[in-house]
Ligand binder design. Structure first.
Ligand SMILES: C[S@@+](CC[C@H](N)C(=O)[O-])C[C@H]1O[C@@H](n2cnc3c(N)ncnc32)[C@H](O)[C@@H]1O
Length: 195
C-alpha cells in the first residue's frame, strides 16, 4: 500500500531530515511565508515531520503519520504537543484550531479531497497549504548517500506536481523565493461554497 511505503520511507530519514532541509533553504522559505500570513492563535501543523514549523508558533500541535517523525519532534520540542495520525482522519473535533497549515506534504496525501476537507473541518479560521514550485529540491542539491534510497523510492512512487493541482482550485496568498528556479508558495484552502 502506497501510504505504508510513504510512512516507512519518511521514518527512515528522520536523522537526516533537519540538516538536509536547512541546507536546501526550505526551512527559511517556509518561515518567511508564515510570517507574511499573520497566523495567530492555536495552530495545527499537519504532516509536521520533525516539527520544524511548529517551533515558530506560540501555541501549536503537530500531527504526522510517521511515528519516528513524531518521536523526533517530541524530543526537539518537549513543550509542544505532537500526535501520530493520518491527515485523512484527524482525531480532533470540528473547529478545534484557529489555523491549520501543511508544508511540503500535499503531494504525499493519497486522498487529497479528504485531506483538505479534514483540514477545513478542524479549523475555525484559515487553512494554508505550502508547496514547492519549480525544480524539486532533490534535483537541485546533492543529497547525502543515505538519502539516495529515499529519493529512489520517491521516484518509484511517482508523486504528482502539487502546485498545478492547487492552482486549479485555490488562490496563492504568499510566496518565498529560494533561487531563480525554485520557490515556495502558500495557497489558502477554502470550502467550495466560500469561493
Ligand atoms: C516532506 S515532509 C514535510 C514535513 C514538514 N511539514 C516540513 O515542512 O518539514 C512530509 C511529511 O508528510 C508526512 N505524511 C505523509 N503522508 C501523511 C498522511 N497521510 N498523514 C499525515 N502525515 C503524512 C510524512 O510522514 C512526512 O513527515
Amino acid at each position: 500500500m502506497v501510504k505504508t511505503r510513504i510512512t516507512k520511507a519518511f521514518g527512515a530519514v528522520v536523522s537526516f531530515y533537519d540538516g538536509y532541509m536547512g541546507e536546501t533553504g526550505h526551512v527559511n522559505a517556509q518561515r518567511i511565508i508564515f510570517n507574511r500570513l499573520n497566523i495567530d492563535g492555536l495552530v495545527l501543523d499537519v504532516a509536521t515531520g520533525t516539527g520544524i514549523m511548529v517551533e515558530g508558533f506560540d501555541k501549536a500541535v503537530g500531527i504526522d503519520i510517521s511515528m519516528e517523525m513524531v518521536k523526533e519532534a517530541k524530543k526537539k520540542y518537549p513543550d509542544k504537543e505532537f500526535v501520530v495520525g493520518d491527515i485523512e482522519y484527524l482525531p480532533f473535533k470540528n473547529d478545534t484550531f484557529d489555523f491549520v497549515i501543511s508544508c511540503l506534504a500535499f503531494s504525499w496525501f493519497q486522498d487529497k479531497r479528504s485531506a483538505l476537507e479534514e483540514m477545513l473541518r478542524v479549523s475555525s479560521e484559515k487553512v494554508f497549504v505550502v508547496e514547492e514550485e519549480g525544480t524539486p529540491v532533490r534535483k537541485r542539491i546533492e543529497a547525502p548517500d543515505d538519502l539516495e534510497l529515499f529519493f529512489e523510492e520517491i521516484e518509484r512512487l511517482e508523486m504528482p506536481i502539487s502546485a498545478e493541482e492547487l492552482d486549479k482550485s485555490y488562490r496563492r496568498v504568499a510566496e518565498a523565493d529560494i533561487d531563480g528556479s525554485h520557490k515556495f508558495v502558500a495557497w489558502e484552502v477554502k470550502k467550495s461554497t466560500d469561493e
